[in-house]
Write a protein that binds this ligand. Structure first.
Ligand code: SF4
Length: 417
């Protein structure tokens, strides 16, 4: 006999107020009479109401997977299956989204069809992990759902102590500030370490994220172990005519208050004739002035990325921003992207061999010291490796003269190229 819609006085309260509620979505699926998932969703609502009444969660883990993969399925078995039998198994498939999260409507419809055939119909775009979360399959349907999604070109994401699902900002496809090909960078880095995503065997999780500029739309600097942020090495481009138009429209006071005075390094000056001077040596590429005066200012032509390692909030030792380990790397040719992907693999290898159980890269670097980490991954020390912009550059105390010599030589050969 079909189960009935449960009374949910506590859940109903979550539908009050101006914001959309996930309860409304669950009820819509539960009321989808005739669909095979409707009884499951009624049962799920009953269990959720029960959880709110008793203030306890009733999901426990287990072991569910698909052939060839050691991660990507999050098993959920109900501890109150005797009361709510239809939702006794409610596993989640974590599926990696495309870089930049580009979908077309046909693809989204196809995904919905797959999940209506094999699961509960409930999909979250996107979960905290960055994945598309296909929530609510029983054990018998996990493999068949994955097979169909895989045929559409999608793969499972990461879970557990392995490489996790990556993210890149929307990037060059829609953003004029993009300083490299984010999708290409993400694909080359992640494809190179895919084995560590699907068969997790690391001390703890490892995340890589890719932002096309320092606006850092995917929060790479503080939410990833390997953060790639777009930047430029030459001078910022200034269209003086457009800049003058901004001054004419907004007035000198507003430009001074909201742009010139908010530059963190005082790199900007407004001239008497309403043109702008940029001290590019002092600019730290924070993006503020470009964000405010988009039509007049833009990144330079020598584009690439800055690489930071060890960001995470919140760690056992507190919150950490990533430390700059590569101040600037050109990202233009296939070779450049291979170099990036090799560096990511080296950082991952070092992490796999040297981190303690349940220790993220940031904690490992704090424990062993940045000098040892840099030596371990084969990176040369550079005075531009800063911990906090403009305040404390990273300095090593041993063999310093030799490092200075090496750095001077690198600068000279770069200038000669
Ligand atoms: Fe100043 Fe940031 Fe603009 Fe550079 S990008 S000039 S640091 S506001």
């Amino acid at each position: 006999m079909a189960n009935k819609m449960p009374d949910t006085p506590l859940l109903d309260q979550l539908e009050d107020g101006p914001w959309p509620s996930f309860i409304t979505g669950l009820k819509r699926l539960a009321n989808d009479e005739g669909k095979q998932y409707a009884p499951v969703m009624k049962s799920l609502l009953g269990q959720l109401e029960h959880s709110y009444e008793t203030r306890k969660g009733y999901w426990k883990g287990g072991t569910v997977g698909v052939l060839g993969y050691g991660a990507g399925i999050i098993p959920r078995f109900s501890e109150v299956a005797d009361k709510f039998p239809e939702s006794r198994e409610f596993h989640t498939l974590r599926v990696m989204p495309p870089a930049g999260m580009h979908y077309n409507t046909k693809l989204l419809r196809d995904m919905c069809d797959v999940w209506e055939r094999h699961g509960s119909g409930l999909i979250a775009f996107h979960g905290q992990s960055g994945d598309i979360m296909f929530q609510g399959a029983d054990t018998d349907h996990v493999q068949s759902a994955f097979n169909e999604l895989n045929e559409m070109g999608f793969d499972l994401g990461g879970a557990g102590a392995g490489v996790r699902t990556s993210m890149s900002c929307v990037g060059a496809a829609r953003c004029e500030q993009s300083c490299y090909d984010e999708s290409k960078a993400m694909q080359s880095v992640i494809n190179n370490v895919l084995d560590d995503m699907h068969r997790p065997s690391l001390p703890y999780k490892f995340k890589a994220k890719f932002s096309g500029c320092a606006n850092d739309c995917v929060n790479a600097s503080h939410r990833s172990d390997f953060a790639v942020l777009g930047t430029w090495a030459d001078d910022m481009k200034v269209n003086q005519e457009k800049f003058k138009q901004y001054v004419a429209e907004r007035g000198r006071k507003e430009i001074i208050d909201q742009v010139i005075n908010l530059c963190p390094t005082r790199a900007l000056s407004l001239n008497d004739d309403d043109t702008l001077d940029v001290d590019n040596q002092s600019c730290v590429r924070c993006m503020h002035c470009i964000n405010v005066l988009t039509k007049a200012l833009s990144p330079g032509d020598v584009k690439g990325c800055t690489i930071l390692v060890g960001g995470k909030r919140t760690l056992k030792i507190g919150d950490l921003m990533g430390s700059v380990v590569v101040p600037f790397m050109r990202l233009e040719t296939d070779e450049d992207y291979e170099k990036l992907s090799q560096l990511a693999a080296d950082v991952l290898d070092f992490f796999a061999e040297n981190a303690l159980e349940h220790e993220r890269t940031g904690e490992m670097i704090e424990r062993i010291g940045l000098v040892n980490f840099l030596e371990g991954v084969g990176l040369d020390v550079d005075p531009n490796m800063v911990k906090h912009p403009r305040t404390s550059s990273y300095v090593r105390m041993d063999d310093w003269d030799a490092e200075v010599e090496k750095w001077n030589k690198r600068k000279q050969s770069a200038a000669a190229e």
